[in-house]
Write a protein that binds this ligand. Structure first.
Ligand SMILES: [Zn+2]
Length: 211
């Protein structure tokens, strides 16, 4: 097939996120579903401005490396496999650490979720056709224990069904879609919405303090 491979396609998306400042200090991780039995995911500790096809590794559906040659997948691999195992239509999971998503996750943590509605850009999300539909972005506490985090995620999915992504407190954004393009579009849409949220909060605070 002519054109880019999925690996090249993902690398291009990662470099775009890096150019936007959304992947600082080797953070963030990215994957796509390769077959029903394995996913391809970024290896750990790579400067994303220099990310290349050979920085991608294969893992099975439980997060174990296939044909390990000393490299490590991201520590957050289990979050990716949890999403793939839950939603059979999801083929790409992307995770960024932007200043905006991190700040909003801390400001809004007590609300537990952010609801976005009446934004034209909502049409960028899978299945959303109207600006007045609602996209919910839940905020999870951060954890260094991936088994614990994935059990929270599994419980949330069981209770709420499909969602487009999550924020992790003081950490960043996860979003997923049935394609690499779709997931990239949703990262951009969430980043835009979170920036609007932050601007609105700031404007409202200034208005409040001026009264
Ligand atoms: Zn992370």
């Amino acid at each position: 097939m002519l054109g880019k491979t999925k690996r090249e396609h993902l690398v291009e998306a990662v470099k775009f996120f890096s150019s936007k400042g959304w992947t600082p200090a080797t953070s963030s991780n990215f994957s796509f579903r390769e077959t029903s039995k394995n996913i391809v995911i970024s290896r750990n500790g790579v400067d994303k401005s220099k990310f290349a096809v050979n920085d991608l590794v294969q893992v099975n559906n439980s997060g174990g490396l296939i044909k390990s040659q000393g490299e490590k997948s991201s520590p957050e691999t289990l979050i990716h496999t949890c999403v793939y195992n839950q939603f059979s239509d999801v083929n790409c999971v992307l995770h960024t650490h932007s200043p905006t998503s991190t700040t909003v996750s801390r400001l809004c943590k007590n609300k537990g979720e952010i609801s976005f509605s009446n934004y034209e850009i909502l049409k960028a999300f899978d299945g959303i056709r109207r600006h007045d539909e609602e996209v919910i972005l839940p905020i999870f506490p951060n954890s260094d224990d991936m088994s614990e985090f994935c059990s929270w995620l599994g419980d949330y999915f069981s209770k709420n069904g499909f969602i487009h992504g999550i924020l992790v407190e003081g950490h960043g954004l996860y979003t997923w879609s049935n394609s690499i393009d779709g997931a990239k579009r949703q990262v951009e849409a969430f980043e835009f919405l979170l920036e609007c949220e932050l601007l609105e909060t700031s404007v409202n605070r200034n208005r409040g303090s001026g009264d």
